[in-house]
Design a protein around this ligand. Structure first.
Ligand SMILES: [Zn+2]
Ligand SMILES: [Zn+2]
Length: 243
């Protein structure tokens, strides 16, 4: 007796727009069903990728409302009939600003979008028999979410975390402390061996960032070190000044 094989998914990163945003194309080689995470622009190019691999789009997920992550969602929905899902509803104001922002950045063809469904922390998405877990991770934007599949050990983290950096927090309703809390309380518990696809630049693993990231390494945040590391020696000395 052999166990029925779980469908194995393929993942390709397709940079879109002048901001080189990492749109992820995920698909099942057997059924040819595909999902986009963060179709931020270049709709024609993304449809061309589906054609190239012979795929049928069945899911479209957004991590947050910024133009380079969500700008092609409305057009792809019109042309494929696939629903737009995510991010959390607190990012709707960003989704309503895509056209304005795109004009200022000089990125043509991007459109505002209202999702068919908002994500909540703890939502479980199904795609080709696999579970994708949603975490609400505010800080870069208030409605940002991260989507993780533990079987494939992969997470799509948008602009929360990058290889060697973290997301900007100087936008309206951005919050640095909240972003760091999102990373340490929502991302790190997913596991050190999870590879993440950030919104821009190369992939990395949570474990590598916990060791080396200049913003959120354990050494800096105190994550997981608080209980195991002996009290700071310098502090002990000052508390033991008898004279
Ligand atoms: Zn962003
Ligand atoms: Zn971005």
């Amino acid at each position: 007796m052999t166990e029925p094989q779980r469908p194995k998914l393929q993942v390709r990163i397709i940079p879109v727009t002048a901001l080189q945003q990492n749109c992820s194309l995920i698909w099942n080689e057997e059924t040819k069903h595909a999902a986009f995470v963060d179709p931020g622009g270049d709709a024609e190019h993304l449809l061309g990728a589906l054609d190239h691999f012979g795929l049928k789009l069945t899911r479209m997920w957004l991590t947050h409302g910024h133009l380079d992550h969500a700008g092609a969602a409305a057009e792809l929905r019109e042309r494929t009939g696939v629903a737009v899902e995510g991010p959390h509803k607190d990012d709707q104001f960003w989704l309503d600003l895509i056209e304005d922002t795109a004009q200022r950045y000089g990125v043509p063809g991007l459109r505002n979008v209202t999702p068919d469904r908002y994500f909540e922390d703890g939502d479980v998405l199904e795609f080709e028999g696999l579970r994708f877990e949603v975490s609400h991770t505010p800080g870069h934007t208030p409605g940002h979410v991260v989507i993780c599949n533990k079987e494939m050990k992969i997470a799509f983290v948008g602009d929360v975390l990058f290889a060697g950096s973290i997301g900007r927090t100087d936008f309206p309703r951005g919050d640095m402390q909240q972003l760091i809390r999102s990373i340490t309380t929502k991302l790190w518990p997913l596991g050190d061996d999870i590879t993440f696809v950030p919104g821009h630049g190369p992939t990395s693993t949570f474990g590598h960032e916990r060791r080396t990231n200049p913003f959120v390494a354990d050494q800096i945040t105190g994550y997981a070190g608080a209980q195991t590391i002996a009290p700071d020696v310098g502090e002990q000395r000052t508390s033991k000044r008898w004279t």
